[in-house]
Ligand binder design. Sequence first.
Ligand code: PLP
Length: 395
Amino acid sequence: MLQINKNMDHLGTETAFEVLARAAELERQGRDIINLGIGQPDFSTPQHIVEAAQKALSDGHHGYTPSQGILPLREAVAADLNKRHNVEVNPDAVVIMPGGKPTMFFSILMFGEPGSEILYPDPGFPIYRSMIEYTGAVPVPIALKEENGFSFKAGEVLSQITPRTRLIILNSPGNPTGGAVPEEEIKHLVEGLMAHPHVAILSDEIYSRMLYDGRRHVSLLRYPELRDRLIMLDGWSKTYAMTGWRLGYGVWPEALVEKVVRLAVNCHSCVNAPTQFAGIAALEGPQDDALKMVQAFDERRRVIVPLLNQLPGFRCVEPGGAFYAFPNISATNMQAKELQNRILEDAGVATVAGTCFGIHGEGYIRFSYANSIDNIKTAIERIGALLTNLKAVSA
Ligand code: PLP
């Protein structure tokens, strides 16, 4: 019998990938499936970014790079953060990673162990809880409620802190809800955290460029009093349609940089060189394509939310950011998972049950609107027909 580390029993996954596998299986059988399940832009990476990677390869950038990432890329990140958030960031505090995920993986590994507690958003990105459980730390959900537009309430978060709390994970704009935390809540939270100097923060800001209706992103980097315990995660995947390139970064407290780089050396050595050059081109080149994508997401948001609200048994709050809508489906009298499966099998539309994102996701389903307006309209029509049918059968 093989003896595997028992922590493996606690490692979860992203169940969204199971939906995608089933959707692909149905497609192979010849079914027409509309995918509103996947959390990735349906656009191509802008051409000038692709060309920068091709040029890097032609120029001979084939070797290892420094584990922390090449300096020009870290400088480009610092300049971009200065431009977007009006903050000073030392390029030496920036650690380049193969995607956004490794920054959360390494932060949770660094802080989690049996006897410690980590707060995380629920419903939220499933990897947070999965990794917390893997380390043996106690996962403490921060319930994100529909009536608060899926934002946290600072007072509630602060009341969950104990002497055992090591790390608080925040994510705004959020996956799966599209919720954006208002500036006052962030301010209250930061003020309250001054009384808890033993607590670190991981702020997942991967959707920071995707905000709507004039909302402005408030990065936690804007609070200098938090810098010595803040890890800010961002990356290229969503903003520049670069999910498959695997490029992201963390801005780390100076005291932790050496530690996270040591983890990177032990794990992946470095991000591949051409991708890092592509990252520079993305940040320093024209932003028109990135802006066009956000405009397209906003247009689709304005289409999908009213349509969802017309579906029998659905109620959907306006998402403030990202590219997700998270309607309340409890009035359909079906559990989230059951409805997700019905919608996929009978209407040919892939969505993800709210429960894939935590216990507080029951009663909700996630729709990704990273798809064309035509597909969104057809998908909602098909779901409408299915729900009307089901109602007629049960009447
Ligand atoms: N953080 C959140 C909230 C996400 O939704 C995702 C991807 O879906 C990530 C991080 C990971 O991004 P990446 O693909 O760059 O690893």
